[in-house]
Design a protein around this ligand. Structure first.
Ligand code: ADP
Ligand code: MG
Length: 308
């Protein structure tokens, strides 16, 4: 992994759909947590470009004030180095700005975020969770991305995905080749054309193939347990820590392996995926309580204190 003099081998994943409620934030946040669990030497930074505050609620370990900095400050400073906080589950996050409209006004150049991330030189994985739109901040997140994950849950999100693919083609620069569909909220009992018909999921998958879109082979099922994790408490809970017995746990693990594999980040995986929750909590607690202060600036700042 990175040392102060090592080159930066980071990657950026953007999760985007123009349609709300398709599972973007659930996918982005859990992908961050599973990536950390599968590769504990990999620093993971999640950034929300939405104003829902879900990421702050899920990852924050304390109240953050304006003096700690948020995405607005990072944007102005042209680097997220100062404002990234080590959060819950050993995942770093950038506190949300009070108002993303302000940021949007400063995002008319679609390469702004890409430059900010280059300057930040995060030596691991950066995950960008976008708002349900195709506006300036989302377009910035496309230009910054090595991989663009597009959740499709139903026909209307499939039609919205068409708009994203068109936009990515129009933006050029090979952006469209970075896009992958992820089927979400899949209910295998949901059939089209009667009880003996094919499932909606099969139909959506066939249609995506027909349109020439690449998709991840592991879908994410709709699960009442997962739904409850997000809505049952003020703080959304991770699938890895709170819904291990579910199909969604196995799927998120598989999907994370696929995504990291494609990004060339699947060496040194810990395939046990931390089955012992107590040990996990203890290890991550240690990581959280001992942030590295030995180095400052550039990549060095991000040497993970939990790195072995
Ligand atoms: N796999 C799942 N099974 C059941 N409900 C889910 C699942 N993933 C997400 N949800 C629920 O769907 C809603 C929208 O999810 P969210 O991730 O916020 O979507 P988006 O970010 O696209 O708006 C939330 O209430 C969430 O709890
Ligand atoms: Mg969201």
């Amino acid at each position: 992994m990175a040392s102060p003099s090592a080159p930066h081998h980071g990657a950026v994943i953007t999760v985007s759909s123009n349609k709300g409620g398709v599972g973007k934030t659930t996918l982005a946040t859990n992908l961050a947590i599973y990536s950390r669990a599968l590769r504990e030497d990999l620093p993971v930074l999640i950034v929300g470009l939405d104003d829902q505050g879900t990421i702050d609620r899920m990852f924050s370990l304390q109240e953050y004030g304006p003096e700690d900095g948020n995405l607005k400050h990072g944007w102005a400073e042209r680097s997220l180095t100062r404002v990234a906080q080590l959060g819950q589950y050993g995942v770093h996050f950038v506190p949300s700005p009070p108002d993303v409209a302000l940021l949007k006004a400063r995002a008319s150049d679609p390469k702004t975020l890409s430059r900010i991330l280059r300057e930040t030189a995060w030596p691991g994985l950066v995950i960008l969770d976008t708002k349900s739109d195709l506006e300036a901040l989302t377009v910035n997140a496309y230009h910054a991305a090595d991989r663009i994950l597009i959740p499709i849950a139903d026909w209307s999100s499939l039609e919205e995905a068409e708009k994203i693919f068109r936009l990515l083609k129009a933006e050029g620069g090979g952006l469209v080749d970075r896009a992958r569909v992820v089927f979400t909220l899949v209910d295998r009992r949901s059939r089209v054309g009667g009880a003996s018909g094919t499932t909606l999921y099969q139909r959506l998958r066939d249609e995506a193939s027909l349109r020439g879109w690449s998709y991840h082979k592991t879908p994410i099922s709709r699960s009442p347990r997962v739904e409850a994790l997000n809505s049952g408490e003020q703080k959304p809970l991770s699938v890895l820590h709170h819904a291990k017995g579910t199909a969604v746990h196995t799927q998120l693990r598989e999907l994370t392996l696929e995504v990291l594999g494609e990004l060339g980040m699947s060496d040194r995986l810990d395939l046990r995926c931390r089955d012992d929750e107590e040990e996990t909590a203890e290890q991550w607690g240690r990581a959280v309580s001992r942030p590295s202060r030995e180095t400052s600036g550039g990549v060095g700042r991000w040497i993970a204190p939990w790195r072995r």
